[in-house]
Design a protein around this ligand. Structure first.
Ligand code: TYD
Length: 207
């Protein structure tokens, strides 16, 4: 019954954080999930990314992946009263695709929000990992073949978008300095999730 999302540009250490959270939060039995790729549509999304499909096709595939993710994983888990932790979610679309669709359609963010309107499930809380783009790219340098999203000017715009969303909804977002040592980032985020889970759950269980 509580939905928490993890967001940030590529290279901010989300994967490291997630594997630490899987251990430290195991007593809460969370459902760990991700976008893209939690369902079969994710395979099509990865293909679109690899083949550099046009940005509109890509955006619609990411949105289709979200619809499938909601119906097959997120909605059933929330209905069972579970804590759901998603590695990327709607804000990834709003942050990345509003940058990639710039100049292609008139109001990318407005369009993206309209595409999700009426069926998406808004996250209760969102952890935003923030790191200077140069440092994020340096961390990614060892990775195999960079995806086309992993490019400095695009990531600057994406990170700016994320920070704007956090400013618009300060009660939903927790901004975390991803430049801190990994164990500090982990203990801070784990404590925040425990806190949110406890307070949101008791609020929802009250008659
Ligand atoms: P992913 O494989 O999760 O990358 P990472 O491990 O860095 O999080 O996601 C692939 C890329 O897809 C990543 O650069 C972010 C991008 N992305 C979007 O552009 N829009 C979206 O809606 C989502 C979910 C991801």
């Amino acid at each position: 019954m509580v939905l928490i999302t993890l967001e940030g540009i590529d290279g901010t250490g989300k994967s490291t954080l997630l594997s630490a959270l899987e251990d430290s939060l195991s007593d809460l039995s969370p459902v760990f999930t991700r976008e893209p790729g939690a369902t079969w549509i994710g395979g099509q999304v990865r293909r679109a990314i690899a083949e550099r499909a046009d940005p509109l096709t890509e955006a619609l595939l990411f949105a289709a992946d979200h619809a499938s993710h909601l119906s097959s994983i997120v909605r059933p888990a929330l209905a069972e009263g579970r804590l759901v932790i998603s590695d990327r979610y709607t804000d990834s679309r709003y942050a990345y695709q509003s940058a990639t669709l710039e100049g292609i359609i008139p109001d990318p963010l407005g369009w993206l929000r309209a595409v999700h309107d009426g069926w998406t499930i808004p996250p209760d809380r969102t952890v935003l990992l923030v790191l200077p783009v140069a440092e994020a790219l340096r961390r990614k340098a060892g990775a195999a073949v960079p995806e086309h999203f992993e490019e400095a000017t695009l990531l600057e715009r994406v990170q700016k978008n994320y920070l704007r969303f956090a400013e618009e909804e300060p009660s939903r977002f927790l901004i975390v300095d991803a430049g801190r040592p990994a164990h500090e980032v982990h203990s801070l985020v784990a404590a925040a999730i425990r806190d949110w889970h406890g307070s949101l759950r008791s609020r929802r269980q009250r008659p």
